[in-house]
Design a protein around this ligand. Sequence first.
Ligand code: IDP
Ligand code: MG
Length: 141
Amino acid sequence: MSIEQTLSIVKPDGVEKNVIGECFRRFEKGGLKIIATKMIHMDRAKAEGFYAVHKERPFFDSLVQFMTRGPVVVSVLEGENAIAKNREIMGATNPEAAAEGTIRKDFASNIEENTVHGSDGPDTAKFEISYFFETNEIFSR
Ligand code: IDP
Ligand code: MG
């Protein structure tokens, strides 16, 4: 166990569904601290760069279209095992497979519009945090 930081995004469907606060509540209830946060509207280049690892996947164009259709809330979460903990709170990528009580089970529309993003490992967390935040915007505590 160790204190980690991870990147969270409340995706456009989550903002549209008015569940930003509900997502934050679940992060905090799960022992994670919000140490940076802001609302942004990504342009195509920003979203393509963020999801570059998926650029060969058949759903890439649709995913970029979705992620740029409205604002998102990007945050840095900190806590014990924050990367795995956040993914546990989020639930499986496909809401049909997501566990009861998870954000995706409760709010996702489908496998694409699945309400939240969370980093999947220490290296991606580092890259993703730096993709959206300067060090002086992050308040580790
Ligand atoms: P994750 O968000 O649970 O880590 P990834 O496999 O990294 O899932 O996929 C990134 C995002 O791409 C997903 O959250 C979802 O929005 C979208 N996505 C993943 N698989 C599919 C698919 O089969 N069809 C459409 N969109 C998908
Ligand atoms: Mg992923």
